[in-house]
Design a binder for this molecule. Sequence first.
Ligand SMILES: Nc1ncnc2c1ncn2[C@@H]1O[C@H](COP(=O)(O)OP(=O)(O)OP(=O)(O)O)[C@@H](O)[C@H]1O
Ligand SMILES: [Mg+2]
Length: 241
Amino acid sequence: MTILKVDNLSKKFGGLNAVKNVSFSVGKGEILGLIGPNGAGKTTCFNMIAGVFSQSEGKIIFEGKEINGNPPYVLNNRGLARTFQIVKPLAKLSVFDNLMVACLSKSKNIKDARKKAKEVITKTNLEELKNTTAGSLSIGNLKRLEVARALATDPTLLLMDEPMGGLTPSEVDGSIQLIKDINKEGVTIVLVEHIMKAVMAVSDSIIVLQNGSLISKGEPNDVVNDKNVIKAYLGDEYVKS
Ligand SMILES: Nc1ncnc2c1ncn2[C@@H]1O[C@H](COP(=O)(O)OP(=O)(O)OP(=O)(O)O)[C@@H](O)[C@H]1O
Ligand SMILES: [Mg+2]
């Protein structure tokens, strides 16, 4: 079953065609990797799907319904969550309170929110930092908090925008495991990430954007061996390694 279908999606910023006629779909329970060079239009796609930008053309269908024009909070209430490439914590609040705010967007009951916040904090391995002010966290923990805040809203579809940017190799391994665990619990994931080791470790399929256009899609091994993808993004070194 398809959970997300994007049909001929385009976004223009003035004279710049940031996303051009992009179509793809994501099956329920899958992990789709979305890759491509800097400026390819990956975050812009997420911003349209999550309701931050309206699209210039095309359709976005989430769980069988067109979601064009819905604001982010409405989409989030319907099960669509995202993490941000540039983390957006409530810097002066503790890790726990950041999660309480996210939980309270779903349930107005403090007891339920507290229960959910505790559950998410355990799942994301942030227990030891629960009383730490978010603004003083390392980038690795901020990225983890970003995922935790999205999970606190109980998503069925999670858009992750570079959750591993700036992480140490062991943090990357932890993040790969976290993505696998989240997916095992039934959450569909679209992952934008430049760390190919991670994309290859978790993705069921991959799509590639270049200059706003979709240049390849398919099974991970086929996509990374696609000459166009090697030329546009991965480079010959990737193939040799
Ligand atoms: N709000 C905006 N206004 C104008 N131009 C924008 C805006 N957001 C993005 N762009 C432009 O759209 C293009 C696509 O940007 P986008 O951020 O989607 O790329 P990306 O694939 O996410 O890149 P990266 O890997 O560096 O995060 C870029 O040329 C960018 O400068
Ligand atoms: Mg981006």
